[in-house]
Design a protein around this ligand. Structure first.
Ligand SMILES: *Cc1c(COP(=O)(O)O)cnc(C)c1O
Length: 377
């Protein structure tokens, strides 16, 4: 059996090596390392894939979120609502821009933000909601968009873990990241569509926002050396765009491979009462950026993790500390334990299994058998 990895980018590369190497060589020969033609090609192809009118590439997913909030022209102290259980970027950019993050707890079944809490969190100062499509399935966008419309607040989707996931909105099926005003994603190597370095993108169907986003990402400039506002320098480099343009063709195939692996895990682990396998919301598909188990409270998650590690099975905790208990966010806010009980419970009980496009049945058999053994002993 091949050694088990959380993510196997090497084998994935080997399957498309010819195409990828050719794409890279082309960039090296053209030497248009910044804003080369591949950046436009990839943006157009991603727009077609997502059915998004405008795709603006940038340097990473965190920048995408920051630029999205900058494009909304918010004032210091304006409130932005985010889930408490997420990766740091979602909340970090809110703080960085001098805005006020308002956290809400997440749902115990789907791990995405709770709409009952969202409703209560909206005030006259709320300007934006940033739902996170955590682990690869969409947050409850139907309800979120309804609330946003009613209160006239913008919706910026954090689709860093969900590129290619779909959501049933009213009668339509839409791609994650194209439901709200602006969608943001990351091409960090381990994401479902990953490059060989850092990368990110924003999507929108609103031409004014697209224009604003493009300007901000380009030093606040429409015309070289003329700057209409304070922006940032955030670009997807040509090499990464060339790699992504090859990999985009395989994204659906990659997501299907993850779904097949998830179905295997689901089946094999269904009989273990101490384990809750991922639940999929009826409106959303799940593309399993992570395959995340919830372990019952009477089991030591960390002991289980060690047991697996000792047997050659890596596993990870995404995420061990909820946002409200992060030191960085706790100076003024003075959150305490108990403020967001579901998020706190999840931070102690989630465990993600190896999940990637190259998992072999033999490996999944070994992983699930080892898990079963742990609970039988
Ligand atoms: C990866 C990730 C980001 C940030 O992406 P980077 O490209 O690493 O900056 C933001 N939000 C979520 C939910 C992520 O998983």
């Amino acid at each position: 059996m091949k050694p088990i990895r959380m993510v196997d980018l090497k084998t994935q590369y080997e399957h498309t090596q010819g195409e990828i190497d050719r794409a890279i060589r082309q960039v090296l020969q053209d030497t248009a390392f910044i804003n080369g033609p591949q950046v436009k090609d990839f943006s157009r192809n991603l727009g077609n894939y997502l059915h998004a009118e405008h795709v603006i590439p940038c340097a990473n997913g965190t920048d995408a979120l920051q630029i999205a909030l900058m494009a909304l022209n918010l004032q210091p102290g304006d409130e932005v609502i985010t889930p408490d259980f997420t990766f740091i970027s979602t909340v970090e950019v809110v703080k960085l821009l001098g805005l006020h993050p308002v956290l809400v707890d997440v749902d115990d079944t789907y791990y995405t933000l709770r709409t009952d809490q969202l409703r209560e969190a909206i005030t006259s100062r709320t300007r934006a909601i940033v739902p996170v499509h955590l682990y690869g399935q969409c947050a409850p966008m139907q309800e979120i968009l309804q609330l946003a419309k009613q209160h006239e607040v913008a919706v910026v989707e954090d689709a860093a873990q969900s590129l290619g996931a779909e959501y049933k909105l009213d009668g339509d099926i839409k791609k994650a990241g194209t439901l709200g005003d602006i969608g943001c994603t990351s091409f960090f190597p381990s994401k479902n569509l990953g490059c060989y370095g850092d990368g990110g993108a924003l999507f929108t169907n609103n031409p004014d926002l697209a224009d604003e986003i493009r300007t901000i990402a380009n030093h606040g400039s429409h015309l070289k050396y003329y700057h209409s506002r304070t922006g940032v320098n955030s670009r997807l480099d040509t090499l990464q765009a060339a790699i992504l343009d090859v990999k985009l063709k395989y994204l659906d195939q990659y997501n299907k491979a993850r779904q097949r692996a998830a179905a295997y895990y689901d089946r094999a682990l269904s009989g273990i009462p101490q384990i809750q396998t991922p639940q999929v919301h009826p409106r959303s598909s799940h593309i399993y950026h992570q395959y995340t188990l919830k372990i019952s409270a009477e089991v030591s998650r960390d002991d289980l993790k060690r047991y697996l590690k000792d047997r050659g099975i890596p596993s990870m905790v995404y995420y061990p500390v909820p946002m409200h208990l992060q030191q960085a966010f706790n100076e003024k806010e003075r959150f305490v334990e108990g403020d967001f009980p579901v998020s706190e419970r999840l931070s102690r009980s989630v465990l993600s299994l190896p999940m990637h496009t190259e998992l072999e049945e033999e490996q999944m058999h070994y992983i699930t058998q080892t898990l079963k053994q742990y609970f039988q002993s």
